[in-house]
Design a protein around this ligand. Structure first.
Ligand SMILES: [Cu+2]
Length: 457
């Protein structure tokens, strides 16, 4: 640095300090100038070039962080933590996982703590976090904290910021989360990513977002290339036959339950090879955040389909004004399907087999080895076979309501599961009483019998 430039910076520092002194003598002891507070000390070290003006902007130190509403990622658990002094301590183990993505399909993937995707980490802006990591994979790995501003030695990139963590080895990550928003943790190996090594890392804001949400849901988008009769995804594939939300394909995905009149937040993150346009039926939402954190309200505009690109997070919010079971799904046609080839397994595929009897017989044969309960189809025209293009969806209807039944699916119309495949789930908006009853059902304190015959119990 030249002498002149150094002198310029020294002068600037001097003038900055002068402005601070002036502000103090004019404005008295503003909270920001109190040398006893962290904020005051911080400002003493870095005098603002805007002098007095910025001093007026300084708010009193907040008493403490606002309580936050935890995010719920259906079909995924939260990662519990212990507290060591002022540090939140998590334990993550990378390991092979078997994930039943559909009632008739279990795949061999990699994940964390027995889960793929990994369990959800939830912290609050300002938290110091320590992650004790253990590698139980047969090859080296590391964890990258996607979107988080951490020191370089915590960035989790093999050879660049750390040595790869060898099989059987442990490693400790530790950093302070100064951001708020929807982040993720994942392996920094491309093929390990495609084996499923990702999880949510949610940093709730120190001061609650406005308006507050009543429900906060999270969905991880993933795609898998698994050949029929196979269980291991082809991580070098460019095309995918299984598409999942939080590691499950519809209709196995657990619906989200919201109370009528509530404000619903939905966070979506994408770790795959494709971008997914996620569409919500019957409602408009606004995009309130990205992988970079909360977006200013002035940028919000109504929409109902949000494109979630690879490595992106998108956060949308809507007022649940209308009762009903509203679909949330990727709108890429191929992503609204499950792999029919998996159903066929090693059976021969008959083509253009379009008479009712023959088609139903073929579907029944397929259904014998999978838990389909309803094998029928919606009506077809008498002259269907003479129409170019027939059939398309005519013989796709195979329901498995019972195989995927859980409290959250209670009350859906019969054969509801026949219309749900791939990246597809429901936001069920329930009026007060139905909502309370559903919450009791989920908690296990209300059974079918009690609901249907309350006077007999
Ligand atoms: Cu998609």
């Amino acid at each position: 640095m030249s002498g002149n430039r150094r002198r310029f910076f020294q002068d600037a520092a001097f003038f900055g300090a002068g402005f601070l002194g002036l502000a103090e003598s004019l404005g008295g002891n503003t909270p920001g100038n109190d040398p006893q507070t962290a904020r005051g000390m911080e400002q003493g070290r870095h005098p603002s070039p805007y002098g007095r003006h910025s001093q007026k902007q300084v708010a009193p130190l907040p008493a403490g962080p606002d309580p936050f509403l935890p995010m719920v990622a259906p079909d995924l658990a939260d990662l519990p933590h212990e507290v060591d002094g002022s540090v939140k301590v998590f334990r993550l183990v990378a390991e092979p996982v078997k994930r039943k993505i559909a009632p008739f399909k279990t795949i061999d993937v990699w994940g964390y703590n027995g889960s793929c995707p990994g369990p959800t980490i939830q912290v609050q802006q300002g938290d110091r976090v320590r992650i004790h990591f253990e590698n139980n994979l047969p090859e080296s790995t590391s964890i990258h904290w996607h979107g988080l501003e951490v020191p370089i030695e915590q960035d989790g990139v093999p050879w660049i910021s750390q040595k790869p963590i060898a099989p059987g080895e442990k490693y400790v990550y530790e950093f302070t989360v100064h951001q708020e928003g929807t982040f993720f943790y994942h392996s920094h190996g491309a093929m390990q990513e495609m084996m499923g090594m990702i999880g949510f890392f949610v940093a709730h804001p120190e001061r609650a977002y406005k308006p507050r949400a009543d429900h906060d849901f999270g969905v991880i988008l993933q795609e898998w290339a698994v050949l029929p009769n196979n269980s291991v995804p082809n991580t070098a594939a460019m095309e995918y036959n299984w598409l999942t939300f939080n590691g499950l394909s519809a209709p196995a995905i657990t619906p989200m339950i919201a109370k009528l009149g509530s404000r619903v937040r939905l966070r979506i993150i994408n770790m795959g090879m494709d971008h997914h346009p996620i569409h919500l039926h019957g409602n408009q939402f606004v995009l309130t955040g990205t992988e970079g954190g909360r977006a200013p309200e002035s940028t919000w505009y109504p929409m109902n389909t949000v494109l979630v690109g690879v490595a992106q997070a998108r956060v949308v919010e809507f007022e649940a004004k209308y009762p009903g079971s509203w679909m949330v799904h990727c709108h890429l046609p191929h992503h609204m399907m499950n792999s029919m080839m998996d159903l066929l397994r090693d059976r021969a595929v008959e083509t253009a087999n379009t008479t009712d009897a023959k088609a139903l017989r073929q579907m029944a044969t397929l259904a014998e080895s999978v838990p389909f309960e309803h094998v029928h189809h919606s009506p077809i025209a008498e002259n269907a076979n003479s129409v170019p293009g027939f059939p398309q969806d005519a013989f796709m209807e195979m329901g498995m309501d019972e195989a995927v039944a859980k409290p959250e699916t209670h009350g859906l119309p019969p054969n509801w599961s026949a219309g749900m495949m791939g990246m597809m789930t429901l936001v069920r908006v329930l009026p007060d009483k139905e909502y309370e009853r559903m919450m009791r059902r989920i908690a296990g304190s209300e059974t079918d019998e009690k609901v249907e015959h309350p006077h007999k119990s």
